[in-house]
Ligand binder design. Sequence first.
Ligand code: UT7
Length: 334
Amino acid sequence: MYTSFIQGLGHFLPPREIDNAHLSQFMDTSDAWIQERTGIQTRRWVEKGDGWTSATMGHEAAKMAIEHAGISASEIDHIVFATISPDYYFPGNGVLVQEMLGLDTVGATDVRNACSGFVYALSIANAFIQTGQYKTVLVIGAELQSPVLDLSDAGRHVSVIFGDGAGAAVLGRAPEGHSGIQSVHLHAQGKHALELSMQGPSAIHWLNEIADTHGDPSIFAPHMNGNFIFKNAVVRFMEVIQEALAATGKSPSDIDCLVPHQANLRIAQYIQAKMGLRDDQVYNNIQRYGNTTGASIPIAFSEAVRDGSIQRGDTVCLAAFGAGFTWASALLTY
Ligand code: UT7
């Protein structure tokens, strides 16, 4: 069995920055409320017509990760693309980026596990490399969420937290002596599927409602039972991080950097306090980018490497919780 490691990382944020004051033009909200409840100061939203989609942003992040890995795109054996905001109903974004990278007939897999999507995708890529099926796998998490947000008062508890962006990782076969990815744990609980969901567009709704009645427009905006998600998130984040530590025989003090899914700064701060981690052991950038769902972990990981918060040889824990519910962790040596 082979070991995989993070060979390169990249990220891309669309240039248009939206601050909290801007949102209060559309809905009854305030900078003070958003910062106090979420920690978010700004997020990036694409501009209509600027050409940025989850696939094109994913492509930018991928190019940066490929360069960072010191390889050429032609060395990629497979692509795993995590998004809940793909360019098309079908086909998935994986094939779109495969074509953008000029990879001819390389296989592409799509993952739809929302906030946990990147860790799920990483786990798939890790398994491909462990078995020897592939040597180099490109993993992308990218989201274009701003167009579907409800900017009225009714959607304010959802729309103020989400942002657009993309992150990517090149997973390679670890060199001799590099311990690479040491654990991955994936969980789901479908009984809570609709607590955080966007039901349309969907074949079921088309069949039952849309074709006859033009449908209920609320199915085309995300629905989130925020309090319920929050309460489940803090429990599941802790569980899945503990699972990673137990599987690798490590304790919280061994973690050089925890990169949590950037859901809400209060969630990350709760986990940090419960685990007794110092500020420099937890990486947060939700203040600047909001919650970018499947893109948040690779964006944060890539930024943390670039600003020196994570260095080669560091022990890094990735952890996520979100729609599904799904939750997941990965523990690795960078
Ligand atoms: O990424 C994947 C998973 N997602 C998450 O992990 C998100 C988890 N949930 C959360 O982050 C939080 O629940 C939210 C940030 C979404 C909401 O914060 P909260 O502290 O749970 O607020 P709430 O929904 O309980 O609302 C508290 C009050 C309500 O007013 P009343 O009923 O007390 O008068 C809301 O109507 O705040 C009001 N409110 C707002 N006020 C100003 C809700 N949204 C807003 C807003 N601006 N944007």
